[in-house]
Design a protein around this ligand. Structure first.
Ligand code: PNS
Length: 177
């Protein structure tokens, strides 16, 4: 009996790929970020980790270095292969989402301070382009870890290795003056 070759729903365009973006300064990427990225990658078909310049923060690392450290950290930690690392400086975050077909932003929320900071941005991004924001809670082991804490400890000569991926700790150690 002749059987037709199986045709997947993908080929009919019935199933949409679920694409999400994890935006942030990642200056530098921490173990807290990596945990959120790992868990978010399991929730979506494609996850874009997007390095964005935040004019409200004074930067430690150039954007290109943040991207390469993220790529190294993701590879070394054996995170899923559906993760793309990119940077964006051409306009609104939701413009990037439209460009890549993403309808969801993912943010890590450590405390009420983060809720207060993220809530207006989530509402504005939904108003601008119907992009929803999903908040993930951190692993409690990382709930106190932030890039600003890492920058401060590193700038004063302290050991940041408990808070950042190995590639970041090595880079900060090497670039210490
Ligand atoms: O890691 P950060 O510094 O908290 O990340 C903040 C970031 C980069 C996600 C935020 O500043 C941002 O979304 N910038 C993009 C500019 C934009 O689209 N603004 C309007 C909507 S909030």
């Amino acid at each position: 009996m002749h059987r037709a070759a199986p045709v997947s729903l993908w080929q009919y365009g019935v199933i949409m790929r679920r694409i999400a973006v994890v935006p942030g300064s990642f200056d530098p990427v921490t173990l807290g970020h990596l945990d959120v990225i790992d868990r978010a990658a399991g929730l979506f078909d494609e996850l874009h980790v997007l390095v964005v310049h935040n004019p409200d923060k004074s930067a430690l690392l150039p954007i290109s270095k943040r991207v390469s450290l993220l790529e190294q950290a993701i590879k070394e930690a054996g995170l899923p292969t559906n993760i793309v690392v990119a940077s964006w400086s051409m306009g609104l975050l939701v413009d990037y989402c439209m460009d890549v077909g993403a309808s969801v932003l993912v943010k890590g929320i450590r405390s009420q301070v983060d809720v207060a900071y993220e809530t207006p941005m989530a509402i504005v991004n939904r108003n601008l382009a119907a992009v929803e924001t999903v908040f993930l809670l951190p692993d409690p082991a990382n709930a106190h870890v932030s890039s600003s804490l890492v920058r401060q400890v590193a700038s004063l000569g302290g050991d940041v290795s408990p808070y950042v991926p190995r590639a970041v700790a090595q880079y900060l150690e090497r670039s210490r003056v």
